[in-house]
Design a protein around this ligand. Structure first.
Ligand SMILES: [Ca+2]
Ligand SMILES: [Ca+2]
Ligand SMILES: [Ca+2]
Ligand SMILES: [Ca+2]
Length: 641
């Protein structure tokens, strides 16, 4: 196809930045115990443009803050990774599984991790289950787990009307629950990996594209090879999910030709998961290979593999969407936008309907007929505009209204883009840039200036690599939002979306745990952190929903300043054993408006200068807390956690 659109080169080096960052949160998340339940809000994974998700979901704004010192780690991490790549061919060694001692079951992964609606599959649960079988919980109807005789195996029936998209699963027994893990329900058929497939000369043939393959780097040194036939000029798009599924692997994709010569390679896309495109210069068979390194990083250089290194691989050589122009769509609007991507006809436009989205949706992954992937679209409250150059200087700033969003690009080295707006004294604004989070190579800075060009506020990396400002106008007047690149780079692919809106009063409640166990006649504490934003003053009381008989939580007030609140859950001596989700809710005294507390499933730890958490996941938070009311003490007393 001659009219291939190749909008964005996504090479490993550009994507490295930001992934090496770690978050300044203090709670740590061990890679083998995702440890937080979940449900209400699901955030689009930021490699979302390369995977299909059919449900439209709310996407909370990133709440994390990067430390400036994180920047210093990029180089050491890249060196380590380089060393690993160089030495990777001689990688054979043992991988030790951490030992876990717990009465409650643990769940590391499901394999395969994705199943098609209307099918029954046998799935392996990776974890520790003693005794077998534990019970299963999933956050959606129409999905039934039935344990098989063999420990770890169960059949799963997916009804034809089961909700498509990622779901949270737990295993539990009367002693407690595992942390939540992921199961993805798809419309598309799923292809299982078939070993042996290590040798590029003996790959697994993938006859029909697009294909979704459920694979696993199952042992140390594992390499998985998949063969596809390409015509001259045809572009293969390969994307992999592993990191965003909380698999402990930093995966790599490469393509070799029939002689084994590497023609394409990628280590990271917009997360640690790789994304690769390759346009065939001659027709023939090409082999896509998957392998990876341990995550969190280890000092050795072997290819990693174990029962938890589960992945999904999407292979497409049909029409594949990258982004629309402008990048976003106004809520409530149906529109017809030009798009960029691969294997598209020139001047391709798609119809996007944002008229039916829920009010809290800030991103949507829209399936579009005739394309091999869904399109990730930010949703805004105001018009979606496109910058007009020249706009480098304050006097030439593009005038915008608030709320609105502008799609622009730092199209050459030194480009700066300015947008002017009116503000009244003490008005609060939320000004956000989305770029790196969409996989673009821009490392943007963001400033607010007054009409004379004096800098009033600046940020360069508040939400991952993307900047964000909460800013209050000091006076009535005209102000300017300015964007540029921290690095001296620019080009067609240095796209961003600047969104400007009034900051509204709001409150957030965060949980650091997702499970709670209480013994009869005992109490247990559970911590909630309240964050009041932009002067939110309402009187708030925390209570719990879904408590069984015999369990009580004394309503607890939230202080005017917010902060940590300790909830005391009490079980009566007669409380019956119970296992199930509860929710923690804050209610405004006057209006009765409710706010649910959520636990973030994403996290990052710092370990020898390399990151160790999952900063992007297919589901990033939950409001479902798992409550276990323990059975009465037996001769050997059980202790609640
Ligand atoms: Ca394998
Ligand atoms: Ca293999
Ligand atoms: Ca520009
Ligand atoms: Ca400019």
């Amino acid at each position: 196809m001659p009219d291939v659109v190749t909008p964005l080169s996504r090479n490993g080096s550009s994507a490295l930045v930001g992934q090496a960052s770690s978050l300044s949160r203090t709670n740590t998340l061990k890679p083998n115990c995702l440890g937080h339940p979940e449900n209400a809000r699901r955030r689009e994974y930021l490699l979302g443009f390369c995977r299909v998700r059919d449900r439209l979901e709310a996407c909370p704004t990133a709440q994390f803050r990067l430390r400036r010192t994180d920047l210093n780690r990029f180089d050491s991490r890249r060196l380590l990774r380089l060393a690993r790549i160089v030495c990777a061919s001689c990688c054979l060694s043992l991988f030790a599984l951490p030992a876990v001692e717990a009465a409650a079951p643990t769940l590391d992964h499901l394999f395969p991790v994705a199943v098609q609606v209307g099918t029954t599959n046998v799935i392996t649960a990776v974890g520790k289950f003693d005794p077998w079988p534990p019970k299963f919980w999933i956050d959606a109807p129409g999905i039934v787990f039935k344990p098989e005789t063999n420990s770890g195996k169960f059949s799963i029936e997916i009804a034809t009307n089961a909700p498509v998209g990622p779901h949270l699963v737990r295993v539990f027994n009367e002693q407690g629950s595992s942390g939540p893990r992921f199961l993805i329900v798809t419309r598309e058929p799923q292809l299982p990996e078939t070993e042996p497939n290590d040798d590029f000369k003996k790959p697994q043939a993938v006859e029909n594209l697009p294909a979704w393959i459920n694979g696993r780097l199952e042992k140390s040194g594992d390499v998985d090879s998949y063969a596809v036939e390409l015509n001259t000029g045809q572009t293969l798009v390969a994307s992999l999910e592993a990191f965003t599924l909380a698999s402990p692997v930093d995966a790599v994709l490469r393509i070799v030709d029939g002689r084994g010569v590497q023609v394409a390679f990628n280590h990271d896309g917009s997360t640690l998961d790789p994304f690769l495109t390759y346009t065939a210069t001659s027709a023939g068979r090409f082999v896509v290979q998957v392998f990876g390194f341990a995550y969190p990083a280890e000092s050795d250089v072997k290819f990693t593999g174990n029962s938890k290194c589960v992945y999904r691989l999407h292979l497409s050589c049909g029409p594949y969407l990258r982004h629309a122009l402008p990048l976003g769509v106004q809520r409530g609007v149906s529109t017809h936008l030009p798009v960029s991507g691969w294997n598209l006809r020139s001047n391709t436009r798609v119809s996007i309907d944002a008229s039916q989205l829920p009010t809290n949706t800030t991103q949507a992954l829209l399936p579009l007929p005739g394309h091999d992937n869904a399109l990730l679209i930010p949703i805004g409250e105001g018009p979606e505009l496109i910058e007009h150059e020249p706009n480098d200087l304050g006097g030439a700033a593009n005038r915008i209204e608030i709320p609105s969003a502008v799609t622009g690009r730092i199209q050459k080295v030194g480009d700066e883009d300015r947008f002017s707006f009116q503000a009244a004294k003490d008005q609060k604004f939320l000004i956000e840039v989305q770029s790196a989070s969409f996989g673009f190579p821009l490392d943007a800075w963001l400033k607010v200036e007054n009409s004379k060009g004096k800098e009033l506020a600046k940020n360069d990396d508040r939400a991952g690599r993307d900047p964000e400002l909460e800013w209050t106008a000091p006076d009535d007047g005209t102000y300017v939002a300015a964007i540029g690149n921290v690095l001296q780079r620019g080009g067609a692919e240095y796209l961003y979306r600047l969104s400007m809106e009034r900051a509204t009063q709001s409150v957030r409640f965060n949980l650091t745990e997702t499970t709670l166990a209480v013994a009869p006649g005992k109490t247990n504490e559970f911590k909630v952190t309240a964050k009041r934003l932009h002067g939110f003053k309402a009187k708030l009381t925390l209570t719990s929903k879904g408590l069984p008989e015999g369990m009580a939580l004394e309503p607890t007030d939230v202080s005017e300043k917010g902060g940590e609140v300790v909830l005391k859950f009490a079980a009566s001596p007669e409380a019956k054993p119970f296992s199930g989700p509860i929710q923690i809710v804050a209610t405004e005294a006057e209006s009765g408006i409710e706010h649910r507390a959520v636990a973030s499933l994403t996290s990052s730890t710092e370990n020898n200068g390399v990151p160790g958490g999952f900063t992007k996941l297919v589901i990033e938070s939950t409001d479902q807390i798992w409550l276990t009311v323990l059975p009465p003490p037996q001769p050997k007393a059980e202790k609640s956690k």
